[in-house]
Design a binder for this molecule. Sequence first.
Ligand code: ADP
Ligand code: MG
Length: 768
Amino acid sequence: MSQNIDLLELLDKEARSGYYDSSVFGGLSGFLKNWGGSHSSPKISQLANEYAKASLSKRPALLQELRLLLEAVEAGERQLDQVRQVVQPEQNLLSASVRNIPKIGSKTAALFRRLGACSIEELLFFFPRDYQDRRQITPIAQLLPGQSTSIIGRVQSVQLSAPRARLTILQAKIQDNSGGITAIWFNQGYLENSLKQGRKVHIYGKMDNKYNHRQFQVQDFSFPDQENTPLGLHPIYRSTENLSQKTIRQAVIHSLEKYGPNIPEILPEDIITRRNLQGRVQAVHDMHLPADWQVQEQARRRLAYEELLILQLALQGNSDNLKGTGIAHPPAPELLMKFKSALPFPLTVAQDRVISEIFADMEKPVVMQRLVQGDVGSGKTLVAAAALSKAVTGGFQAALMAPTEILANQHYQTLQPLLLAFGIRTELFTAALGGKTRQELLLRCQNGEVDVLIGTHTLIQQGVEFARLGLAVTDEQHRFGVLQRARLQEKGRTCDMLIMTATPIPRTLALTLYGDLQISVIDQMPPGRQPVLTYAVDYSYEKRLWAFVDKHLEQGRQVFVVCPLVEESAKIDLENALGLAERLQKQILPKRQTAVLHGKMKSEEKDRIMTSFAQGEIQILVATTVIEVGINIPNATVMMVRDAERFGLAQLHQLRGRIGRGSDQSYCLLLHNAKGDIAKERMKIMSETADGFAIAEADLRLRGPGEFWGTRQHGLPELRCANLFRDSDLIEQARSDALELRCQKNWENIEIKELKSVLTEKIKLMSN
Ligand code: ADP
Ligand code: MG
């Protein structure tokens, strides 16, 4: 094994690929144990050993420990390293560590690693998050307070002071033809010597007018006599503590000069010509250092096209086997009548219409790909039930995949008795099912003795096989990755697909995600629903809210209390939820039955709690957002959301959809610490709007497309350059080009090796 393999990178790779001890042949642990490198130590072997034996949940911590250990050893060796000057073989230049860049040692490299830029290639593809237009030079006399701009002038005098510990202030009088101003640097005393009297300096910053004294706060600066800073758009990067813009920029500029030309072209030549695209080397360069906005946009579009093409290739590759003819489910005119008469209430007109659309699709001999959009509470489950019963009475099996165990369970509880009326055998397949029961169920499914199988991601596991799957339904699609959904469909080869979602999806995005997808909308609520009354208040009202809650409990109602769960600090949040439940039991409402529900619980325990909440034994359910999707308990009429400002609008809307499901008036209490304008605006929108589509629009406006349609929400890999809203033309181009590429008979030996290897990586990412 080569000596200069970067161990820290290996650890990162291991973390990225899910701690499966698989980042290197023979396992990370095996590799470290036997590693003869200069870092090897008994302590490392021991940790590696532990790592191999540890459960998946313990591994991240162990890996962290390994990293610290390696970093410590390495720091001691840095001097040695410099003497040795690791020489990389030519073709590996791009994959070499950023430590090959001058002035980047292991400490700085660790900071770059945090940004996802371990290698030079990753750094080159780490694009600016924004640009500052620094070509605009303002005469000093015309500076306006609060406006960011550049000035160019000469240093008149410099003064350094240290008003308190760990604070130094460097003030320099700068003069141009129009006037003078004091420029201020904090904690950069070492600049004193470079700011020589009379030297020309280009400063970017902001003027403020404190105590009637004009100052120029320096954000960035350069000396025209020294650096050849391109006076164009100035890149601003996403950064992390202790890593300055200057360091990132210099590293990028160095990499562009030295390694940039080695960036391989990955698009086929004819596509580049036909679509009039820039070369890859040029595009990467121009993303970092564009001369103007037009140049930047041209570069962005080239790279966006590339991202979209790869995405389309990945998606189409998956639906290859769906191109053939689909199942023509037999027409059954009486089925819908029978179905309706089995329900305790009439279908809404919208439900009725959508069901007919689905039935018509199913009867056609093509593969159905239909998306059903309907706001929370619009009654999507029954629509799915109708489709399931059609598939089964026509002689096929059907599957329903839900994102959580709780939801799968609830669907089972609702659907099993309803479908039984048609002689349909419905089974629940969850992760909790083990050993013999599991084997038996799988066998019956394989033999076609199960008609409808309901489950979670468990359904796409290996070993789950159907005799004749004719319909696959996915509920709350935004919770699944695109490939996960496709894999369910593959279980039936040419089976029909029904996708249900409460999230409105714009046309361009639907195109990207699903290709030629048909969309049905349930644009009507079941009758008798009263809109939920929503109040957003700050914590000074908390006591009054608990009194309000108690009044409703007294009337026999039930209450959800939702605590935020943010991934980064999941532990603290969990403690908050547990702590609140304890306070409720001991202090706030000791007479009431309180229980906690959170994601870390075993599924049996969750089910037990949900069941007893559904049966009214629990009055207050303190929950993290596991209740977000799908749960249906009409007697719960009050919901308190704590730290509501930490939730997105779409999420709050989903949450609120858990109440107001019966005919009684429901109340949503948003308890918040909202300080900023946007947070306040969100609270206001929630109080005034009940329409999911309007809320989605507002969310889009407040957050920007990138975040709301965060590609993650839709199971897509991160898109760095493409914008799913603005680039609809590129999406269409990429789609048709991808189709063409895939259809070329010689796809297998086609000369686009680089494209294929990038594609393979992408597919791996998306499958996780
Ligand atoms: P969602 O669209 O959010 O999945 P559900 O399918 O869970 O909504 O339905 C919400 C509630 O509305 C359930 O209690 C369901 O029984 C009820 N419901 C569905 N359709 C109708 C209808 N046509 N009339 C009255 N109630 C209905
Ligand atoms: Mg639902």
